[in-house]
Write a protein that binds this ligand. Structure first.
Ligand SMILES: Nc1ncnc2c1ncn2[C@@H]1O[C@H](COP(=O)(O)OP(=O)(O)O)[C@@H](O)[C@H]1O
Ligand SMILES: [Mg+2]
Length: 378
């Protein structure tokens, strides 16, 4: 630990020596000044940790001048006054000028040590506090910087996705019109089909971006309507059924009769389940099965989306729910979007007070399980 520096200001040589012989063994680097002028000169240099000054040097004004001189130059330095009983009132008055403590002469070595140790302890805890404060300020500054970058990112994503959305919708509309003008068979039609599929894939990616931005707005509001899960899941499967045929996939729906409803936002929950359904299509094996089911357990409704694809390795079961996280390399993959689907689903499910997880063994398919609070009965 660095040696603490102390300045003893004392015009009486025997008191000066007495103090120095106590302070040096305590580990202080001791400097001496015999009067106010010498003291003020020393104070021009590197700050002391503590100034131990006699009050009357020879007049009380000299002691006061040392206190004021110290505090004005180095507010962090602590001043301890040594005073004889007749000047005690003056010493106490000088505490108001910034002296830390006083000690009444004559004193024992033990007493001087106690007063100085107390002062050192106070200084150390002050230092710890100021380090803690500096750290806290640093963390706060980093956090607000991060929030700024985060907001910029959101604004950027929002802007580009809106800018992309309109031309994509226009392209799809033009393709629909073109479809009406083309002969029923022929190369033109198959090329148009390819173009439509590519634009639809782009539109899905932009839609994920828009959803992602929407869901991260601070004022996300949720409806709480009673929702029939079998009906909602049925609608999701119906809307995307055209994607099943190219891979020869089959879908089975399994719901118990009288499944209680779930309070929620139908539009958002549909988006959440759609992502799971799309993944079950994209990551399934050709000719595979997709099972959509739900069951009731205590106060919860569990919705399962099960496929027969490669599955999710154990070590990625949590990360796949992070935004932009994908198992396959984005550049080489042929299916899926930007890696936002599961992050979107998780956000929506959690906003409903639910949770999501996946059960999977490699090569055995995946079973995504969404748990939602069921509607309370009155
Ligand atoms: N049913 C599934 N089977 C296997 N892997 C899956 C399945 N669903 C998701 N994944 C993995 O999790 C990743 C993240 O999924 P998601 O967030 O929907 O993003 P995306 O579909 O855009 O890649 C996928 O890229 C894939 O690696
Ligand atoms: Mg996906």
């Amino acid at each position: 630990m660095a040696m603490e520096r102390i300045l003893i200001v004392e015009d009486d040589d025997s008191w000066m020596d007495f103090c120095a012989t106590i302070l040096e063994p305590m580990g202080f680097a001791v400097d001496r000044a015999q009067n106010r002028m010498q003291a003020l000169k020393r104070l021009e240099g590197v700050p002391y940790d503590i100034v131990l000054t006699d009050l009357c040097l020879p007049a009380a004004e000299d002691g006061k001048a040392v206190v004021l001189g110290t505090k004005s130059r180095h507010p962090g330095t602590d001043v301890i006054l040594m005073t004889a009983t007749p000047s005690l009132d003056t010493a106490i008055a000088i505490l108001k000028d910034g002296a830390y403590d006083y000690i009444v002469k004559p004193f024992t070595p033990d007493y001087l040590q106690t007063v100085l140790n107390r002062c050192l302890e106070k200084r150390r805890s002050q230092q710890e506090l100021s380090v803690e404060k500096a750290l806290r300020e640093e963390v706060q500054a980093a956090y607000s910087q991060l929030r700024k970058v985060e907001r910029l990112k959101e604004a950027f994503l929002s802007r580009i996705s809106h800018e992309l959305n309109t031309p994509l919708a226009e392209a799809l509309m033009a393709m629909t019109l073109l479809d009406g003008h083309l002969p029923k068979e022929g190369r033109g039609r198959s090329q148009l089909k390819m173009a439509v599929q590519a634009v639809e894939r782009l539109r899905d990616i932009v839609r994920d971006l828009l959803d992602f931005v929407d869901l991260h707005k601070e004022d996300l509001t949720l409806k709480a309507e009673p929702i029939s899960i079998p009906q909602l899941v049925g609608e999701v499967a119906e809307a995307e059924k055209r994607l099943l045929e190219p891979k020869g996939l089959r879908v089975s729906l399994k719901f118990p009769p009288d499944l209680p409803s779930v309070p929620g936002d139908p539009e958002l929950l549909k988006r959440a389940l759609r992502q799971l359904f799309l993944n079950a299509i994209h990551f399934n094996k050709p000719g595979g099965q997709i099972e959509l089911s739900a069951k009731e357990w205590e106060n919860w409704i569990f919705v399962h989306v099960k496929d027969e694809g490669e599955g999710v390795p154990n070590e990625h079961k949590d990360e796949i729910f992070d935004s932009f996280y994908q198992l396959a390399d984005f550049m080489t993959r042929t299916v899926g979007g930007l890696g936002l689907g599961l992050a979107i689903t998780k956000k929506i499910v959690e906003a409903h007070g639910g949770s999501i997880s996946v059960d999977s063994a490699p090569g055995q398919g995946s079973d995504f399980k969404v748990c939602l609070p069921k509607q309370k009965t009155k």
